[in-house]
Design a protein around this ligand. Sequence first.
Ligand code: KDG
Ligand code: MG
Length: 404
Amino acid sequence: MKIDKAEVIVTSPGRNYVTLRITSDTGVTGLGDATLNGRELSVVSYLRDHVCPQLIGKDASRITDLWEYLYKGAYWRRGPVTMTAIAAVDCALWDILGKATERPVHELLGGAVRDGVLVYGHASGRTLDDLLRDVGHYLGAGYRAVRVQAAIPGLDSTYGIHHDGTGHTYEPADGRYPTENVWDTAAYLRFAPEMMAAVRETYGYDFHLLHDVHHRLTPREAAKLGKSLEPFDLFWIEDATPAEDQRAFELVRSHTVTPLAVGEIFNSIWDCHELISRRLVDYIRCSVSHAGGITHLRRIFDLAALYGVRTGSHGAGDLSPVSLASALQLDIAVPNFGIQEYMGHLSPAEEVFMTHYRFEDGYLKPGDRPGLGVEIDEDAAARYPYEPRSLPINRLRDGTMHDW
Ligand code: KDG
Ligand code: MG
C-alpha cells in the first residue's frame, strides 16, 4: 500500500485548523491534525513544501520507518513546527492502517484497557458566583472532573475565562496582533485558595478538581500555591512554573504534595525524560498532535509508566477533532492513563469534522469505527477560510513582558 497523495486542508470553523489528508494507492484516506495555534501557516508550509512531496510512493504501512525518515531526515530536530508536521503524518498513517485492516486504531495498539476515557471539562467565571454556576453546569452534565479558572479581582482579563458558556477563550478577530493582558502574581496567589475553597464548600469533594497556572509563577511562588491549595485536594496544578528550567520542579516538589502536571508545550520525549525519570511531576500532558503523533506519544507514555507518572493529554479546542480522536485511541489503550482534557469544539466545527467519539457519564468513548473514527468534509471546510489569529500576551503592571 503506497502513498499516492498528501494534501493539506486549512479551515476556520470557529477556530483555525490544519488537517493533513493522506491517500493510499488503494484509495484509503487518513487524517492527521497539524494545527499549531497562532503559528498555523508555518506547519502548512513545512508540510506542503517539504514533507508531502517526500511521502509520495512510500509504503503507508511502515509507520515507524516513516517517522524516523522525517525526524532524522530533517536533520534539524524537534521543535513544535517539525513535531506537529510529523505528528500529522503519523496519525494519518495510523488512520490508514486502521481503515485498511478494518480495526479501530486502539485495537492495533493492543486493545482497550478501560471502558472509557475520564475527561475534565473547563469551568470558569468573571466572578466567583459565575464560576460556581459553571461548575454546577459541568457536574450536572455528568463530568467527574472539572478544571476551574476565575477572573482575578482587579485584573481585566485572566487566562481561561470563557465566553458565552462555550468553554472557549477567544483571540481577537483581527489576530495579526496579540491582545495584551495585565498580570499580578500577588493578587493571584491571594485569590486562588479563596476560589478553591468556594468550589469545595459549594460542591464538596466527590469530584476531581483541576487548575491551570499557565507557566506564570516562579518556582517559589508555585511551591507556595501548591501548599495553599493542599486542603482542597486537587487532582493537579498544571504548568505551575515554566518548564524550560526543569530543576525548578525540585523546589516545587519538595514543598508541596499537590500533584503537578506539565507538558502541553513539550514536543518530544527529550523534553519530558528528566521530569519523568526524576519523578518531579505526576502527570505528563503532551498532546498527540504536538509531540510527534501516536507513535512518539506512546513512547513518552511508556517512559512515564516506568516511573509511576500518569498521562493527562492536552486537549484544548485549538487542537482539532482529529487530534482528540487520535488522543482517545491512545488513552484507551495505555495502562498508565490519568485523564484527558476535553474542551469540545466551537460550532460550526461539526459541519467540517464528523466524529464518532461520544461523552457518557464523565467518560469519552472513542467508538469502534476503523481507523481514528473521524472524517473531514472538504466542501464544508472551504466555507470557513483561514483567519489570522494570535495568542494573547501578558505584561506585569509596569509593562514587563510575562509568561502568558
Ligand atoms: O494554544 C494554546 C492553548 O492550547 C493553551 O493555552 C490551552 O493551556 C491550555 C490548556 O490547558 O488547555
Ligand atoms: Mg494548559
